[in-house]
Design a protein around this ligand. Structure first.
Ligand SMILES: C[S@@+](CC[C@H](N)C(=O)[O-])C[C@H]1O[C@@H](n2cnc3c(N)ncnc32)[C@H](O)[C@@H]1O
Length: 273
C-alpha cells in the first residue's frame, strides 16, 4: 500500500467493523442515490468486465453485477469486503489498493469508484491506475459529494467542524473532501491521466433524520475522518457544533421531524483515450 500517514489512517479506520457497519447502515443511504447513474454511465451489461474501486459495502458492485456484467470489487478494508461479499454474492472481490491495482493492463471495459476519490491520498495516481487497467475507449465513472455553494449536510458538517471545532484536533495531511467535486479540477485530472470528459450528472441523496443534529452522529459513527474529528472535541464544543448543524438543518428542512436532509453528489464519467 502507498505508505503515507493519511493512507494508513484511512486503511486502519475503514478496517474498523463498527465504522464500516455504521457507514453501510446510515451514511451510505445518501450514496445509494448515485448508484443508478454510475451503472448507466459505465454502460455495464452482459459480456462487460467491470471493476468497482473502493467498493466498500458493495452497493455499486451489486448493481453492476445485476446488469449481467462480470463485476469485480476492490477495497483495502477486510471489514468492508465482508459486507460486500454478502451484498453481491455473484461478484468477485479483491483486497487491494486503488493506487496500485493487481490487474493486467487493458483488462476492463469500465471502472467505477463510488465516493472513493476523497479517500485516496493521490487522486492522479488512482486515475492513472484506472486508465492502465481499462481497454481503449473504456469508461471511468466516479461519484463524489458536492461541496460549498449548495445545501449539503456533508458540507455543513465539514465546514462547521473546520470553523468552530477545537483547533487542536487534526487529521494527517490528505485530500480535501471536495477536491474532485468541481468540473475544472476533474477536467484537469482526467486530461493528465488520459481521459476525456464524457458526462456529468447530479444525484440528490437524502438522509431522513429524527433529530436535526443527527448528521453529526452519521459522521462520527460512520466515517473515518468524522470519528477522529468529532470524538476529539470537548463536551462543550461538541454541544455547540451540534447546535450549529441543527440550526442549518432546521433552516433548510423546517422544524418538524422527520427531516429530509439534502446530501447531493455528482457522478462524472471519462472515456479512456
Ligand atoms: C466512503 S466508502 C465508499 C463505499 C462505497 N463505494 C459507496 O459508494 O458507498 C470509501 C471506501 O474506500 C475504501 N478505500 C479508501 N482508500 C482506499 C484505497 N487506497 N484502496 C482501496 N480502498 C480504499 C475504504 O475502505 C472504503 O470502503
Amino acid at each position: 500500500m502507498t505508505d503515507t500517514d493519511f493512507a494508513r489512517f484511512e486503511k486502519d479506520g475503514w478496517s474498523d467493523p463498527d465504522i464500516a457497519g455504521h457507514y453501510a447502515r446510515d451514511f451510505a443511504r445518501a450514496a445509494q442515490a448515485a448508484v443508478p447513474d454510475t451503472v448507466r454511465l459505465a454502460k455495464a451489461g452482459p459480456g462487460k468486465a467491470v471493476l468497482d474501486l473502493c467498493c466498500g459495502q458493495g452497493i455499486v458492485t451489486a448493481a453492476l453485477a445485476e446488469t449481467g456484467a462480470e463485476a469485480t470489487g476492490l477495497d483495502f478494508s477486510p471489514a468492508m469486503l465482508a459486507l460486500a461479499r454478502k451484498a453481491a454474492p455473484g461478484a468477485e472481490f479483491v483486497e487491494g489498493d486503488a493506487m496500485a491495482l493487481p490487474f493486467d493492463a487493458g483488462r476492463f471495459d469500465a471502472v467505477t469508484m463510488g465516493f472513493g476519490m476523497l479517500h485516496v491520498p493521490d487522486a492522479g495516481r488512482a486515475l492513472a491506475e484506472a486508465r492502465r487497467v481499462l481497454k481503449p475507449g473504456g469508461r471511468f465513472v466516479f461519484s463524489t459529494w458536492i461541496g460549498p455553494g449548495e445545501p449539503s449536510a456533508v458540507f455543513w458538517c465539514m465546514s462547521t467542524l473546520a470553523q468552530h471545532g477545537d483547533a487542536g484536533v487534526a487529521l494527517p495531511p490528505g485530500p480535501g473532501p471536495f477536491d474532485m467535486a468541481g468540473e475544472d479540477a476533474v477536467r484537469a485530472a482526467f486530461g493528465a491521466a488520459g481521459f476525456e470528459m464524457a458526462g456529468r450528472v447530479r444525484a440528490d441523496g437524502v438522509w431522513l433524520a429524527d433529530r436535526p443534529d443527527q448528521p453529526i452522529d452519521f459522521f462520527r459513527e460512520g466515517t473515518v475522518r468524522g470519528a477522529v474529528l468529532i470524538n476529539g472535541q470537548s463536551a462543550d464544543t461538541l454541544a455547540r457544533l451540534r447546535g450549529i448543524v441543527a440550526d442549518l438543518v432546521r433552516a433548510h428542512c423546517g422544524d418538524d421531524a422527520p427531516y429530509r436532509i439534502p446530501v447531493p453528489s455528482v457522478i462524472t464519467c471519462g472515456v479512456a483515450v
